[in-house]
Design a protein around this ligand. Structure first.
Ligand SMILES: Nc1ncnc2c1ncn2[C@@H]1O[C@H](COP(=O)(O)OP(=O)(O)OP(=O)(O)O)[C@@H](O)[C@H]1O
Ligand SMILES: [Mg+2]
Length: 249
């Protein structure tokens, strides 16, 4: 089943900058798709279309349902969008309030909300932080809480923008493991080529608002020439593999 279908999507910001120029792609249910590409390619803009934060020309279909003005609430529950900067996601006085916010808006009972907040915080390794002020947390902790805000809503699709940006090496590895552990369809915009290698079944290379290439990670992430043409590089894992095979020759 197709989880995400984007067809001929174009978008210009109000100032006239054209960010997407006829993007088409599909993500199969359960799959992880990486969005790679240079700065300004349109990756974040594309993610913002998946839950209707931005509305461009073209078609966005989530779990077989075309996104329209009418089903926006329903689609937003399906697609959990985690922003690059957790400060854009967390705006309440406490961690508890930030995670409870969406659930209370859905009219869930207080006791259920309390349980879901606890469960989700435990799942992201942030139990005991319920009463803390989000703005006092470290970036790694904020990223975990931001992820928890969408997991608590029981989303089907996780859309992550630069999930490992700014994390220290150990925090990065832990966060990658946490993302990997979520049994959801995922679409991940990233400059972290090693993350793409570790997590993504397929990758799309986006450049100047277009899909320049789309295919299995094992194929595209090994194509040094293609990656260089889009200001990208092979993941370390593949570099080591190719180095080893050269040594073996
Ligand atoms: N709010 C905005 N107003 C006007 N133009 C914008 C806005 N946000 C992004 N753009 C422009 O849209 C284009 C695509 O930007 P976008 O942020 O989607 O790229 P990106 O691939 O996510 O880049 P990065 O790798 O730096 O995160 C760029 O030309 C950018 O300058
Ligand atoms: Mg971006």
């Amino acid at each position: 089943m197709t989880a995400i279908k984007v067809e001929n999507l174009s978008y210009s910001y109000p100032d006239g900058s054209q960010a997407l120029r006829g993007v088409s792609l599909e993500v199969v249910r359960g799959e992880t798709l990486g969005l790679l590409g240079p700065n300004g390619a349109g990756k974040s803009t594309l993610l913002l279309h998946l839950n209707g934060t931005l509305r461009g020309d073209g078609i966005v279909e989530i779990l077989g349902e075309k996104l329209t003005g009418k089903n926006l609430d329903q689609i937003r529950r399906r697609v959990g969008l985690v922003f690059e900067d957790p400060n854009d996601q967390l705006f309440m006085p406490t961690v508890f309030d930030d995670i409870a916010f969406g659930l209370l808006n859905l009219g869930r009972e207080e006791s259920v909300v309390r349980r879901l907040v606890q469960e989700t915080l435990s799942a992201v390794g942030m139990a005991d932080h319920e009463a803390h002020a989000p703005h006092r947390l470290s970036l790694g902790q904020k990223k975990r809480v931001a992820l928890a805000t969408v997991l608590a809503m029981d989303c089907t699709i996780l859309a992550l923008d630069e999930p490992t940006g700014g994390l220290d090496p150990a925090g990065r590895e832990n966060f990658i493991e946490l993302i990997k552990a979520q049994p959801l369809t995922k679409i991940i915009a990233t400059h972290d080529m090693d993350l793409a290698w570790q997590l993504c079944d397929r990758v799309a290379i986006i450049d100047q608002g277009r899909v320049s290439a789309l295919g299995p990670s094992a194929e595209l992430l090994a194509d040094a020439q293609l990656l260089r043409a889009h200001q990208l590089r092979c993941p370390l894992g593949i570099d080591i593999l190719s180095h080893k095979s050269m040594v073996n020759l």
